[in-house]
Design a protein around this ligand. Structure first.
Ligand code: NAP
Length: 642
């Protein structure tokens, strides 16, 4: 990654610059030019973008204005190069604010500014890095932390602990880092949020090959991060955590692990960080006859790459984000494809979903300092809190309504229009695939037309008849038809609400974590819970986001909070902090009320956002700003000090 962040010199050839500019993202280019030249008059009023929406990346600039912006950019870049390519001194806060205002088309409020400055994270800066070290505060004190999982959030926690000089060990059940990007190798797996924003703020990658890169590119990124951060030596691979038990008398955790050789041992730690993810343990469908099928069968997260699908009929249960990515590939290979859909999905159009990053744009990211940061910043804003009104529930909403409010109605119109248009030749498929429930009741699937085009193929059959049972030869549906299959693939998702399954976690006074939850996981800030002192969750209960932001952002906030907690322990001399029950309960009441004002909270549609009781155990209902504010500092008054 370091190499991909090295800016290359601009060539003498102005035509090369002009050619690259044809592919430029202009709203983020002009702030970059202002920054490197120090000439903020480049942010001309007449070139002000009108909007920040993914569907219109050039911000509503007319073709004439775009041409003017490109001319301005060529002249500016050539002059900057000829003057020695010297980057101007860092802009003042007011100047940065002016650039942000230009880029997002509105005045950045005082509330958002500090958060945005952190997210912008110019090259070689890391505003979220701890400014303290463990030994600087208390060299004598033992502070060992076990991190469970070496996926996106575990790598991040390890990196931050290393920066703070905290003794950490990562336990990873897989043979390498990457978590979900290590395990999900099914054909077509790719990130469905914008890739330039799906990266650590402090380790931005300039040269993503796609706007939504495939799994292997994401895995490489996280693997390179682990290497670059120098944390690999502290990771124990092929090792699984079995139990985590708090020792009340000595105030530390005993983490029982089983290594690759089957041998078990206990690791002691003053704190434990769970970084196991929400979408980790495959869920098999609760239909009769599970296991009866005599042909090959597997879950999407455990893809069997040995199977040649040519000449075979493949059945797929499920049509969520995973299945919508791999079914088009199966349709290319197999002779017959039978899709079993229980509930339809809303599909969001993303025209660049499979597109490579245009050559000229990639070239500019590599040649123009700060351009990559400004582009990431633009994306961050485009997929940020502005989306929340689209999922809001009006007071007069009634169960059964197809939309939850005005914003949701607009979203529905957009999605429905696009779905109807793509399937206009097949009214039967429109009937089967168009949901009657409000958009965002469950995860909206991202697509660029590949899904309807797959459904339109002659050898692809979409069955909406409920499954009665799985048989030795295939699937029997309730209408009495037995669908004969050669291979059966489960695209049935994950046990998302069963956090930390199948680990046994026992806290103060022998309290079992899963028993305390009673099937309905809750935590304070999604990070701590009563009776489990110094035990921290990353991507824990109610920290998943639906329409605003990325989970990388959330993980960065969560790790920031955990660091604050550890710092407090070191400074105060307290052995442990245990979340107060009243604080935890009041917080969760607010979360529950917040989720009931969101489409996913009021809809009765099945989704992994909910626990078995029907409560939304996964999602964060508020703004990105609010989560940042709440996790920026730890308030000792929220905890019982032990
Ligand atoms: P999912 O969204 O939970 O989808 C599971 C599918 O299986 C649904 O269609 C579900 O139907 C169906 N299903 C489950 N049990 C069934 C049963 N007994 N009978 C019939 N159908 C059944 O799982 P997923 O597709 O693996 O995606 C999980 C999440 O992972 C996504 O929402 C997303 O957040 C993430 N993901 C992200 C990406 C990406 O960024 N690239 C890609 C893949 C996944 P119902 O709807 O009726 O329950």
């Amino acid at each position: 990654m370091t190499s991909s962040r090295e800016i290359q010199p601009l060539p003498q050839d102005n035509d090369a610059i002009r050619k690259a500019l044809e592919d430029a993202h202009l709203p983020s280019l002009l702030p970059a030019l202002a920054q490197i030249t120090g000439d903020h008059s480049l942010l001309r009023d007449d070139l002000f973008p009108e909007s920040v929406v993914l569907a219109d990346p050039q911000g509503g600039l007319s073709p004439e204005k775009q041409a003017e912006a490109r001319d301005l950019a060529v002249t500016t870049l050539a002059a900057w190069r000829d003057a020695g390519s010297v980057v101007a001194p860092p802009p003042s806060l007011e100047q940065v604010r002016g650039m942000m205002d230009y880029l997002i088309g509105e005045h950045v409020s005082d509330e958002y500014l500090p958060l945005l400055l952190e997210e912008l994270a110019f090259a070689d800066t890391d505003p979220r890095a701890p400014e303290w070290s463990k030994n600087g505060i208390n060299a004598e004190r033992s502070m060992r932390v076990v991190i469970i999982g070496a996926g996106m959030s575990g790598i991040l926690a390890a990196h931050r602990f290393k920066q703070a000089g905290i003794d950490y060990t990562v336990i990873e059940k897989n043979a390498d880092v990457g978590g979900t990007w290590f395990e999900n190798t099914y054909p077509g797996a790719r990130v469905d949020s914008s890739n330039h924003a799906y990266s650590y703020s402090f380790a931005q990658k300039f040269d993503w090959p796609y706007h939504h890169s495939p799994q292997e590119v994401l895995l490489d990124y996280f693997s390179e991060c682990a290497t670059e951060f120098g944390i690999r030596d502290n990771i124990r691979f092929n090792t699984e955590v079995l139990t985590v038990t708090y020792d009340d008398a000595r105030a530390f955790w005993e983490v029982r692990v089983r290594g690759a050789d089957g041998g078990e041992e206990t690791i002691e730690a003053e704190a434990v960080v769970s970084a196991v993810g929400q979408l980790n343990r495959p869920k098999m469908p609760d239909v009769a006859g599970g296991g009866a099928f005599e042909g090959p069968s597997f879950h999407s997260a455990e893809w069997d790459h040995s199977i040649d699908f040519a000449g075979k009929t493949v059945g797929i249960i499920g049509t969520g984000s995973s299945a919508s990515q791999f079914i088009p590939h199966l349709a290319d290979e197999a002779e017959g494809v039978r899709i079993f859909q229980r509930t339809p999905n809303w599909y969001a159009p993303a025209p660049n979903y499979h597109e490579e990053v245009a050559e000229g744009f990639l070239w500019l990211l590599k040649h123009v300092p700060t351009y990559a940061q400004w582009y990431r910043f633009w994306l961050f804003w485009a997929i940020s809190d502005g989306f929340l009104p689209m999922v809001e529930v009006d007071d007069n909403w009634q169960p059964g309504d197809g939309v939850t409010g005005e914003g949701n109605r607009q979203l529905r119109e957009l999605l429905e229009g696009s779905m109807r248009k793509q399937l206009e030749s097949r009214p039967d498929l429109i009937e089967k695939t168009l949901p009657d429930f409000p958009p965002a009741s469950k995860r909206i699937v991202v697509d660029n037309g590949t899904w309807p085009n797959t459904l339109l193929k002659e050898h692809v059959h979409l069955t909406t008849e409920p499954i009665e049972r799985i048989t030795p030869r295939g699937i029997l549906t309730e209408d009495g038809e037995e669908h004969e299959l050669d291979v059966l693939v489960y695209g049935t998702g994950f046990q998302a609400s069963k956090f930390l399954t199948p680990m046994k976690v026992v806290g103060r006074g022998g309290v079992d974590m899963h028993e305390q939850w009673g099937g309905d996981a809750r935590a304070y800030l999604g990070i701590t819970m009563p009776n489990f002192p110094n035990f921290f969750f990353l991507y824990g209960p109610n920290t998943n986001i639906v329409v605003n932001g990325s989970i990388v952002y959330f993980s960065e906030c969560e790790v920031q909070y955990v660091l604050e907690c550890l710092k407090f322990l070191l400074e105060s001399g307290q052995q442990a902090i245990d979340c107060r029950t009243d604080v935890h309960d009041a917080y969760n009441e607010r979360i529950d009320a917040g989720n009931l004002k969101r489409a996913w909270g009021v809809s009765s549609v099945p989704s992994w956002y909910k626990s078995a009781s029907g409560r939304v155990a996964q999602n964060w209902p508020f703004t990105l700003l609010e989560y940042w504010q709440q996790t920026k500092r730890m308030d000792p008054a929220d905890y019982v000090l032990l």
